[in-house]
Design a protein around this ligand. Sequence first.
Ligand SMILES: Cc1cc2nc3c(=O)[nH]c(=O)nc-3n(C[C@H](O)[C@H](O)[C@H](O)COP(=O)(O)O)c2cc1C
Length: 358
Amino acid sequence: MNRTLSPYSKGSLQLKNHLVMAPMTRSRAIDNLPNALMAEYYTQRNGAGLVITEGTAPSPDGLGYPRIPGIYSAEQIAGWKKTTAGIRAGDSKSFLQLMHTGRIGHPDNLPEGATVVGPSAIRAAGQIYTDRSGMQEFPVPRALTTQEVGQLIDVHVKAARNAIDAGFDGVELHGANGYLIEQFLNPNSNSRTDEYGGSMERRARLAVETAGRIAEAIGAGKLGIRFSPFNTFNDQQPYPESEVHAMYHYLAQEMDKLGLAYLHLAVSPKIPQKTLHVIRQSFHGTIIQCSGLIPETAEAALHGSFADLVAFGKLYLANPDLDKRIAARSALNQPDLKTFYTAGAKGYTDYELLQKTR
Ligand SMILES: Cc1cc2nc3c(=O)[nH]c(=O)nc-3n(C[C@H](O)[C@H](O)[C@H](O)COP(=O)(O)O)c2cc1C
């Protein structure tokens, strides 16, 4: 048997295989409520040792995109229980990804009374889709006050507790891809002059404090965090390589001190080997590698010195039975980009299973 499909055990993570379903926003959560269709979708993919959900908002002002779920209301907690039961039925583990979209949002996507907020009043270049009025320019976010940053951390802690109540085995903090936490990390979206802006340590403070507080509340073994060093998606403008390197070295050390279950890295060719190396040297928990993997390169990665687990995004989206296809070395369905974020079952729960394609 190859390593991808063999059981994995390190610290608090005991998984039936080394295969992870990457977090993917799918915009099927009508009224921001996790529903039966979503439970079916995740249950179909419970062949993964670890299923990480789509980005889920800890509070109404984190719902930047249309039809994304939340984890702040009793109804949302109840809704997620169907998903966690379906994942558990496959002897698979589930982590909910906590994603606050920050400045990547639009008032038309937010519920009544919520506002687009960010570290600073610096708008992201570009446009975002809204159900109400199509493509819209990103707005200038309202800069959070220092007191509001503190409240936001509390909101994340409450959301993490809610996720555990909903039956998740843990939560993943979204510190990647240009959402709120990364907006704080990057000096081009964070020009604050309080303790959450300025030096590298201060820009990292939201990530470190939020992780620390959640670890205190639910246990560090139930917490992972996702990073994307050198990311430019969502208008995260580059900053000097030595500073990015130092930032992720520091974050890996801090997350190691807290004893987090895992670091989840969106690995791109832009990341210098020395940065990957220093992250691996500094962090002793599990490292999940994601981005651009196919079964062969994932297996090779597991034999290398960086990754403990391998995550698939688009290939998991299109192949609910990816574990079986890897075992059978079978052909893979290709993802249908047109239905990534549309409502309904098409392009969501109707990807063919192996026995049907044979
Ligand atoms: C439809 C779609 C939605 C995504 N949504 C999220 C998300 O909510 N949170 C996140 O961290 N990454 C998200 N991603 C990024 C994926 O987790 C993954 O990093 C990316 O697809 C690269 O991996 P792949 O080459 O295996 O697809 C999304 C990707 C896709 C295709």
